[in-house]
Write a protein that binds this ligand. Structure first.
Ligand SMILES: *Cc1c(COP(=O)(O)O)cnc(C)c1O
Length: 369
């Protein structure tokens, strides 16, 4: 598209993020009364009640700017994780933090190493800074290939991302693998460990934050309030790392990057142990539900430690579209995963209806071809 002036180099190659249809758009398109939204790994239980109360209390103060340094929230997160407030950085979702880290460290000619398939925002951060993306495939069973990740590192590598449990596969990085990465990565590489779904798993071998890894200046752990805490619409995420990392990242942060309501709600959500437990429990139940159902139907699924599951069908996008016409939204079309759909766990009822839609969708495919 011709413009009155030239865009910055590299911008032409970036495709805008295209979210799936919204539930309202889907209702309109297929004339549906009701739609089940299982395509964005949102929490089927909704937000924490404590968070909702905190939000209501904050509304009369919306004419005031938020606390720019999110002091109370950072303090609460620090207590929760047993670290210092200076180790905590908060963002407008962890997407914001990924972008800020990219803006702080990356420039033309730099490289990032990412597992593949994984979360697209890592690559986005590199693209806007004109850094090169080096994809390292997961193994055939979607577990991490740590030697290959390390082997992809060059003099130009600035950031190496891992995601555990990984989106969209649900597979974990082992703690021993995290230790290997932290130990063997050259000094010029920052290791970013995205733990967006780690609250869902208690698998004993999973990667977790450990004091000795945190002491390392080059490791950043990312968390979010969007999944287990059910606050995706408010946009709050946080990072835990050595304070020296944040002293740099803080320079490119917008002054008020996390809004007042989000700060209050996140503090309250951290205190809502019951909501957290219920969310975990639902994920566990849902995994067993889909695993059993897939076994009965002769479908393959990937062992997931998150709040979603990959299910293998013949053609993921076709299955997704067919399920959509039945009012169930799942996600498909991930690079390298053409045969799969990713199903976010719903309530018990939603899971049942999702399965019905899946069965019907695959039945139709059989009839038509
Ligand atoms: C959902 C998700 C996030 C969270 O993003 P927010 O910007 O905090 O909503 C981060 N990482 C991964 C891998 C995710 O799937």
């Amino acid at each position: 598209m011709e413009l009155f002036t030239r865009v910055r180099e590299g911008i032409e190659n970036i495709q805008p993020y295209v979210p799936g249809l919204s539930d309202d758009e889907l209702k309109e398109k297929y004339g549906l009364q009701e739609v089940i939204k299982l395509n964005a790994n949102e929490n089927a239980l909704g937000p924490s009640k404590l968070a909702l109360e905190a939000i209501a209390k904050e509304l009369p103060f919306l004419h005031h700017y938020p606390d720019g340094s999110s002091e109370i929230l950072r303090h609460a997160i620090a207590n929760f994780h047993g670290v210092s407030t200076e180790n905590v950085f908060v963002g407008n979702g962890s997407d914001d933090i990924i972008k800020l880290i990219s803006e702080t460290f990356l420039e033309d000619g730099d490289e990032i190493v990412v597992p593949h398939p994984s979360f697209s925002q890592y690559e986005f951060g590199a693209q806007i800074m004109r850094a090169k993306v080096v994809r390292v495939p997961l193994k055939a069973d979607f577990t991490y290939d740590v030697d290959a990740l390390l082997g992809a590192v060059t003099e130009q590598t600035k950031l190496l991302y891992v995601c555990s449990p990984n989106n969209p596969t649900g597979t974990i990085l082992k703690h021993s693998e995290l230790e290997t990465l932290a130990r063997r990565l050259p000094k010029h590489v920052i290791l970013i460990v995205d733990l967006a779904y780690n609250d869902y798993t208690d698998e004993p071998t999973r990667a977790v934050e450990a004091p000795e890894i945190l002491a390392d200046e080059r490791t950043v752990f990312l968390h979010t309030f969007s999944k287990l805490y059910g606050l995706a619409g408010l946009r709050v995420g946080y990072g835990i790392a050595n304070a020296s990392v944040w002293s740099w990242v803080n320079r490119v942060r917008e002054p008020f990057n996390v809004n007042r309501v989000a700060q209050r709600a996140a503090v309250a959500a951290l205190e809502d142990e019951a909501h957290r437990e219920n969310s975990r429990h639902l994920a566990e139940q849902s995994f067993h539900f889909y695993k059993t159902a897939c076994a009965e139907l002769g479908l393959e699924c990937v062992h997931s430690e998150a709040n979603f599951i990959l299910i293998k069908t013949s053609n993921g996008v076709e299955t997704m579209k067919s399920m959509m016409t039945r009012g169930v939204m799942v996600r498909a079309g991930f690079a390298g995963l053409a045969e799969y759909i990713r199903v976010t766990y719903g309530t018990e009822e939603e899971n049942r209806r999702c399965l019905e839609a899946l069965v019907a969708a695959l039945g139709l495919e059989r009839v038509s071809g």
